[in-house]
Each structure stands twice: as C-alpha cells, then as structure tokens.
Design a protein around this ligand. Sequence first.
Ligand SMILES: NC(=O)c1ccc[n+]([C@@H]2O[C@H](COP(=O)([O-])OP(=O)(O)OC[C@H]3O[C@@H](n4cnc5c(N)ncnc54)[C@H](O)[C@@H]3O)[C@@H](O)[C@H]2O)c1
Ligand SMILES: [Zn+2]
Length: 369
Amino acid sequence: MTFSFPTPTLFGAGAREELPARLAGLGVARALVVTDAGLPRTTAFALLESALAGVEKTVCADVRPNPGEADVENAFRAYREAGCDGIVAFGGGSALDVGKAARLRVKRPETTLAGFEPGLDWNGLPPLVAIPTTAGTGSEAGRSAVIILGGRKRVLFHPALLANLVILDPEFTRGLPGKLTAATGADALTHCIESFTSPVFHPLCDAVALEGAHLIAGALPRVVANGGDMEARGLMQVAALMGGIAFQKDLGAAHSLAHPLSSLCGLHHGLANALCLPFVMDFNAARKPGVYRRPGIAMGLTNPSDAETISAVRALFQEIGLPPGLRAHGVDESMLDALADQAFADERHATNPVPVTRDDLRSLYLQAL
Ligand SMILES: NC(=O)c1ccc[n+]([C@@H]2O[C@H](COP(=O)([O-])OP(=O)(O)OC[C@H]3O[C@@H](n4cnc5c(N)ncnc54)[C@H](O)[C@@H]3O)[C@@H](O)[C@H]2O)c1
Ligand SMILES: [Zn+2]
C-alpha cells in the first residue's frame, strides 16, 4: 500500500504572482495555457494574464464543459504547433482535465486517448501547473482526468497525471457565479463523503475527507451568500483540494449516477451529484447503519443518526439553491434505462459502502426525478 500526498501547493491571495518564477524553475520556456471559452471574459483570466506578463505563452481557450476527446486533441495540436514545453491548466475541472490529458498525447502522439494503456511508461510528461478557478473537482490534486470517450465519462488514471504544482489563489474564484459556486461546492462535499465511506483502507485520506467536509459545511453557505467573502473562498479552495486528495480511495454510487447525467443529459457534474447524493445516502444508510455518523459529526452535528446527517446534507443543498429534482433539469422516465445502464458500467460504485445493482441505480434515478 502506498500513501502519498505529494503535490506542492501554493495557497493564498496573490499566490499567482509566483507563477513566472515557478514556470522557469520547471524549465518551461513557452507555456500552453489551457482554459475554456468562458474564462477569457472573466476577471480571473485578467488576473492570470497580468501574472503571466513577460512569460512566453500560447492560449488554447476552447475546452467545453464535460470535455471529450476532441477537446484534448485541440489542446495537443496547439501545444505542438506553438512549440510549447509545459502546460498551465486554468479553469474548472473541465480545463484542468484537458490540460492533464493533453500531456498523454504529447508523450505518446502515436496512441489515442481511447486506447490509453496505464501499463505503458508515462514518466516524463510535460510539466503541468494546475490552477483551479472553481472550488469543487479537486482535479488539481488528483491523478485522473475525466474525459468523455465513446459517449461515456471515462476516468483516465495514472500517477504521472499529477500536476507538478498547484496554485490556489482565492482571487481566481471571487467572480464565480452563485449557481456554479454552489454546484462545484456540492461536488467537493460529495467527494469528501463518498471517499470517507468507501471501504478502501486509507486512514490518511479518511482524516482529510472529514476535515474537508467540516470546512465545506462552514464555508459553502458563506460563499454562496456572499461571493466576496474571501476567507470562505479560500477555505472552499482548500476543501476542494482535500476532496481531490481523499478520493484516491475512490468514490461511490452518487458519482456513478452523476457521470451519465453529464454525458447523456449535459448536466453540470456538481449539480448532478447534488441531485443524487441524498438518495444514495438513504440507500446506503438503510443497509449499513451508522455509516454517516462521522461525516455528520464533521459537519457540526452532535452524535447524529444517519437520518440527521442526511437531513443536514439536504438542508445545505437547499440553502445554497440546489433543491432536489432531476426533472427540472430535463430528465424524464424515458431516459432512465439508458442512464442506469451507463451508471452500472461506471466503476465508481465498486467502492460504494454497500453493493448496488443496475436496478438499484435505476430506482435511485427514479427517486431523484
Ligand atoms: N479529474 C477529477 O478528479 C475530477 C473530479 C471531479 C470532476 N471532474 C470533472 O470536472 C468537470 C467539471 O468541472 P467544474 O465543476 O469545475 O466545471 P467546469 O470546468 O465545467 O466549468 C463550468 C463553468 O464555470 C465557468 N467558470 C469556471 N471558473 C470561473 C470563474 N472563476 N468565474 C466565472 N466562470 C467560471 C467555466 O467557464 C464554465 O462555463 C467535469 O467534466 C467533471 O467530470 C474531474
Ligand atoms: Zn465529482
């Protein structure tokens, strides 16, 4: 068993100013900045540009939400055409994952992402600095890139995908709109709860997951109520990173339900988790009583029953403007079989605290409608 928490991370308002020196230290003479089409219009991007003044760079700003193979190919092509030698991935999980995965193509241009083989030698990928502008996915701290391949969310996993450096500067999330702040924060909470309750033995991750849940329960309502609460913005960034570290233990059935909602119905990943997690918690608690006691304590409850922890999660999602109901997001009964098939094929539920069948997943979707 290997325990590892290895990514150097710079945290704090103004941490971005260190970027030029850090890129030089990583031997990067020309960086490819990978981001999505929305970000160049944000104040976050203006801050990045001023931090990068004087650094040779090419910007590839066409990553789509829930990215697929074409997004990675675009970034790879831009990297090669501009003669880059390192990547700055700047954005939410979509941009970070594309920045991470493009390095696989740089290392082995003869292979495709769909044919990704973890068994090959992936050492020596181009340097990557990961700079999140949402506080949710934790992709900056993780060894995976989530890319839609063959119509399905695939988790490409390899230790070499880890970023060389993470920069958490709360100023990058100051302007994140409320709905996205809420949905990405719900993703971070889901990571902490699902990783803690995953049966894999990893007490270090368990501790990280519980503290992450603690920080989120306090900070998420604050950032949604007041996007300019920079202390809470910073706490959410750290908590999201902690969620990303914790889910080395892997996740659970909520993520298996969420992935097809993105690939088949286009839902935002964090929103999809928020709409499914409480129902998965009901399901798990009925079969493994006591499973949510410690996450509930971490969230501030005193010796809670599972039902009390689950109510606290529902109340938190309600408070931040994520009421239940897949139907309000365009999902209906006619889609449930296709969704359930994909959810069952998604490996994340293998580490759910209790086993789930394809029909269980279908009935969870039905409840979440
Ligand atoms: N690799 C992992 O470990 C991991 C974990 C969880 C989720 N994911 C993946 O990450 C993706 C979701 O990432 P996400 O939730 O961060 O959303 P996202 O990256 O898809 O971004 C959502 C929207 O937020 C906007 N945005 C981002 N930062 C902003 C800012 N500061 N100001 C204004 N707008 C901003 C973007 O332009 C975009 O329109 C999904 O593809 C999901 O599957 C990956
Ligand atoms: Zn997630």
